[in-house]
Design a protein around this ligand. Structure first.
Ligand code: NAI
Ligand code: MG
Length: 498
């Protein structure tokens, strides 16, 4: 049963925002889709329509790319000094903080996540991302290069140029954070952007667009086109006027992006799926490892590319850890995100609900046993129980494929060599974690894991300064940190004979 304690009172500004069909931001103006079409976005806690949004397609993408090109080549943006770009970004961060409650409510209503997390994770992280990246605007340095070519003297140096017009396609699991991870580094270096939010969760990006205008960004620097992946997204990935495409989402669509980008060989960065190993050694501090393993898979309803979905536990402590995580699962309060007491909200959509339930069924059919959960929660809304599967085999779909729901498979191991091989036995390589009190074990295993992130005695610790991205089919490139600047700049070598 879904808990039905009193949800919070929605702010008036949010109620007002949800009323009219929401338009798209192109060239500094709020516009309808050229086709006049709209689509509905749903409240996943009830399955009811939440708001109506412009359904942009290739025509609107074309308009937005033209606006972004114009803003990149003329107007105030290309001549703006770095300190002024930084100032605009800092102002935007302040506006995000000022509107924290409103953004948090919109995020929870649209995505389903508990309001508690929207307030303390999603909105502050978005603000912090703009602040951190704003600092790089004034620190984009090149090098001076000693030249050995004979017969003359040279003075040579490098410049970091913005790559140009950037297309950015983002998913629905952290809508506002994903918008900030994409926009902030691109704006810091002087690019202009066409952002395509996920069709499931367009609302906070649109509110962010209003704040971007309020902060004073010149028209056309940020354009936001709402619409579906197959139409708006595909048109953006293929557009010959786009210099670079940045994508976060499924590995399947990531491959389509690469193909679409081949037309004009636009630069590509991808942050894709994961099947992250979370490894508990026998000597782990269980007071940290057990709740850590539960949070690793249940945070954000498991809709996290870094979700600790393959929990490996040393066989000597297997039962204790399984029992501990199962107890944590059973204590979780499932309910609407707008209820401040909720731990686990609904999944984002009916489609995601069906997908996750399909995986739970396939796991059990292939011989896995659910020691907690395993079912959809009855009633309206897209709720599933936090689920723990044991007796799983490496070849099962639930072990190999990204589920993107609160479903963990728990697998015993005997020794370090075995666990390294099992942990790396995946097409993905996004994140991983190790729980042990042995310093040597921790760092020896960290060195061997084929993943872009290794957490030791913690999980899901993100920071604007920590590079984030995947090995193998989890993606191309690193977001965050100074590495993110590489995604949005070209290096120019200038060589002068003196
Ligand atoms: P998706 O990859 O289809 O959607 C992500 C974004 O890509 C959305 O903005 C969507 O409109 C866009 N898109 C879809 N098809 C496109 C196309 N042909 N060309 C350009 N853009 C396109 O992901 P979906 O269908 O929402 O979820 C499916 C699975 O993907 C999930 O179950 C999960 O396993 C994975 N996923 C991973 C995410 C991550 O953070 N790495 C985020 C979201 C989903
Ligand atoms: Mg899809």
């Amino acid at each position: 049963m879904v808990s039905t304690a009193a949800p919070i009172q929605i702010e008036d500004s949010v109620t007002e925002f949800l009323k009219p069909p929401r338009k798209m931001l192109i060239g500094g103006q709020w516009v309808s889709a050229a086709s006049g079409k709209t689509f509905d976005t749903y409240n996943p806690a009830t399955g009811e329509v939440l708001a109506r949004v412009a359904a942009g397609d290739h025509v609107d993408i074309h308009r937005a790319v033209a606006a972004a090109r114009k803003a990149f080549e003329s107007g105030p943006w290309p001549d703006m000094v770095p300190a002024d770009r930084a100032h605009l970004m800092w102002k935007l961060a302040d506006l995000i903080d000022e509107h924290c409650e409103e953004l948090a409510e919109l995020e929870t209503l649209d995505n389903g996540k508990p309001i508690f997390f929207s307030r303390i994770v999603d909105v502050p992280t978005a603000a912090q991302t703009f602040r951190y990246m704003s600092g790089w605007a004034t620190k984009l340095e090149g090098n001076t290069i000693p030249i050995s070519a004979p017969g003359a003297k040279y003075f040579a140096y490098t410049l970091r140029d913005p790559v140009g017009v950037v297309g950015q396609i983002i998913p629905w699991n952290f809508p506002l954070i994903m918008a900030s991870w994409k926009l902030a580094p691109a704006l810091a270096v002087g690019c202009t952007v066409v952002l395509k939010p996920a069709e499931q969760t367009p609302l906070t990006a649109l509110r962010l667009g209003e704040l971007i205008l309020e902060a004073g960004f010149p028209e056309g620097v940020v354009n936001i086109v709402t619409g579906f992946g197959e139409t708006a997204g595909a048109a953006l990935a293929a557009h010959p006027g786009v210099d670079k495409i940045a994508f976060t989402g499924s590995t399947e669509v990531g491959k389509l992006i690469v193909t679409a980008a081949a037309g004009n060989l636009k630069k590509v960065s991808l942050e894709l799926g994961g099947k992250s190993p979370n490894i508990v050694f026998a000597d782990a501090n269980m007071d940290a490892a057990i709740p850590g393993a539960a949070n690793a898979i249940f945070f954000n309803q498991g809709q996290l590319c870094t979700a600790g979905s393959r929990l490996f536990v040393h066989n000597s402590v297997f039962d204790r850890v399984v029992d501990g995580v199962a107890q944590a699962a059973k204590k979780m309060r499932i309910g609407p995100g707008m209820d401040p007491a909720t731990h686990l909200g609904p999944l984002v959509s009916k489609e995601q609900l069906d997908r996750v339930c399909g995986y739970m069924d396939s796991g059990v059919k292939e011989g896995a046993k659910a020691v907690a959960g395993g079912r959809k929660v009855s009633g309206p809304g897209y709720f599933v129980e936090p689920t723990i599967l044991v007796d799983v085999k490496p070849e099962m779909k639930v072990v190999r494929e990204e589920i993107f729901g609160p479903v963990v498979t728990v697998i015993p191991f005997r020794d370090t060599a075995e666990i390294i091989a099992s942990a790396n036995n995946t097409n993905y390589g996004l994140a991983s974690a190790i729980w042990t009190q042995n310093f040597s074990t921790a760092h020896r295993v960290a060195a061997k894991l084929r993943a872009g992130t290794v957490w030791i005695n913690c999980y899901n610790v993100f920071d604007s300064a920590l590079p984030f991205g995947g090995y193998k089919q989890s993606g191309w490139g690193r977001e965050m940190g100074h590495q993110a600047l590489e995604l949005y700049t070209e290096t120019k070598a200038v060589c002068a004979q003196i």
